[in-house]
Design a protein around this ligand. Structure first.
Ligand SMILES: *Cc1c(COP(=O)(O)O)cnc(C)c1O
Length: 489
């Protein structure tokens, strides 16, 4: 089935817009600003609405079903977040307005800084970074600035466990550091002997994700942090998995020096195509001066009659600005709403249910899928999508077959250290009924892998498109029509 492109359903002369009669004299546009040869599709409003609605129904989204994408924390996004973000006082302000006219927005940002600081156990926060990956870059530049400020310029080595997300080594390399990969031990923890061997006076620090991407809490996290600190290094916490810890463990209390939060994961702001994201960064006291700026602060204390005046302040040794204006303000409103709606006890419950749900799935699936680490998991776990007695089946076949049952596949082939990885994260927002349905499908597929493997090899069967040539799709993008697709003259 091929969906028609907009240009295919174009009819000359059709249009969706009716302009009113002009009430000003007509004038010609300067030469060169208009062109006749731009073949834009000509469509009525109903044509456009139906086209895009039909396309949207061919897609999968969190409002349609469960999204067990490990490492991504694809939880339901409460609709109240959208209502608050659309309030005119938030949505219609401009970042260049005088601060006196946007005190409400600045108060919200200030309080959000304080909430996130408290949740993570840090001394100060920046809300600027636009995603987790940009938060990482911000954090690593802060660590570098700290070492340089102490004239400790030999520190060029960044340790990264082999279970890490790809953004960690990419960030370190982009920041001019030398990446050294650390192995994991047989229980999925950071290997302490390998770590000790790398702890010398060239160590800039370590980037650690806890719980890690195997869904396991590092049993030696305090020892890891102590060893790095004793060698003069700093500890970067990749906070993408904070959902498992909310209200239970504060990374700053463990000794983590700097960490990003993914508001589009832990704090329920829309993800991916529904973005943009937001990746605030928290730091311990010794790194506060290096934060990017400006930060929101109190620029004039209030008194009995007057509230304080909020404005922007620049940290003393700031690494500078990392994002235009003040970051993704709409995401901050959504996060603020989420934090206020849940309160401290509610946030803790999020983590408890996320961990409970993941362990429920794990317990129900463990007899049918091989697990590389036999431990209680945190908010996610990694299973293998392969069986010794079904040699032709791979994780990809399991993932594709899930689509036949109307499920979104989990993250697959990540983390790299698990063979044929299927990384499953249910999140706290899924009910027992949804989890039971998921388990039923997963057990069915495990059975099919043995009894009718061709069903898996040829899946998906009932989606709008079948198996894609992923390499061709990535290398030969066609993003537009009519104006000459790539490869056309
Ligand atoms: C999602 C994720 C990141 C990157 O965050 P983005 O917001 O997607 O840039 C980094 N590390 C881990 C472990 C992640 O899951």
């Amino acid at each position: 089935m091929t969906e028609p492109l907009l240009c295919d359903i174009s009819v000359p002369g059709r249009q969706a817009l009716r302009f009113p009669q002009p009430d000003v004299p007509l004038a010609k546009l300067p030469a060169g600003l208009t062109r006749q040869d731009l073949p834009l599709p000509e469509l009525s409003e109903v044509d456009v609405v139906r086209h895009f609605t039909r396309l949207s129904q061919m897609n999968y989204c969190i409002d349609v079903g469960m999204y067990p994408l490990g490492s991504c924390t694809m939880k339901y996004n409460p609709k109240i977040n959208e209502e608050t973000a659309r309030l005119p006082g938030f949505a219609h302000t401009h970042p260049l307005q005088p601060i006196e006219t946007v005190q409400g927005n600045l108060l919200l940002m200030y309080e959000l800084q304080e909430y996130l600081r408290e949740i993570g156990g840090f001394a100060a926060m920046t809300l600027q970074p636009a995603a987790g990956a940009q938060g990482e870059l911000t954090g690593i530049l802060i660590m570098r600035a700290y070492h340089e400020d102490r004239k400790d310029t030999r520190r060029i080595k960044m340790l990264i466990p082999d279970s890490a997300h790809g953004t960690n080594p990419a960030t370190s390399a982009m920041s001019g550091l030398r990446v050294v990969q650390l192995p994991s031990d047989s229980r999925g923890n950071c290997d302490l002997e390998a770590l000790k061997a790398e702890c010398d006076d060239t160590l800039a620090g370590i980037m650690i994700t806890n719980p890690n991407t195997l869904g396991l809490f590092d049993e030696h996290i305090e020892e890891v942090i102590r060893l790095v600190h004793e060698a003069g290094g700093l500890v970067y916490g990749d906070g993408a998995n904070l959902n498992a810890l909310l209200g239970i463990v504060r990374p700053g209390d463990l000794g983590i020096d700097v960490m990003h939060y993914n508001l589009h994961k832990t704090f329920s702001t829309p993800h991916g195509g529904g973005g943009p994201g937001s990746g605030p960064v928290g730091v311990a006291a010794h790194l506060v001066d290096f934060l990017p700026g400006p930060l929101v602060g109190i620029v004039e204390e209030g008194d009995d009659d007057l509230p304080p005046l909020y404005g922007f302040v620049m940290p003393r040794k700031s690494i500078g600005r990392v994002k235009s204006f003040n970051g993704q303000f709409g995401m901050m409103v959504r996060t603020y709403t989420y934090v206020r709606m849940h309160g401290p006890d509610g946030l803790r419950k999020i983590a408890e249910y996320a961990v409970l749900n993941a362990n429920y799935l794990l317990a129900k699936m463990r007899h049918a899928y091989h697990l590389p680490y036999q431990r209680i998991c945190m908010h996610e776990f990694v299973a293998e999508g392969c069986w010794a007695d079904a040699p032709e089946i791979h994780a990809l076949d399991v993932a594709k077959r899930m689509m036949d049952y109307g499920l979104h596949p989990p993250t697959n082939y990540f983390p790299l250290i698990v063979h044929e990885a299927l990384m499953i994260e249910p999140t706290e927002t899924e009910s027992k009924q949804t989890l039971d349905d998921f388990v039923e499908v997963m057990l069915k597929i495990a059975e099919e892998a043995h009894t009718s493997p061709e069903l898996l090899k040829t899946a998906p069967h009932n989606t709008p498109v079948g198996r894609l040539d992923e390499v061709k799709a990535a290398k030969d993008l066609v993003l537009c029509c009519g104006v000459g697709a790539p490869g056309e003259a």
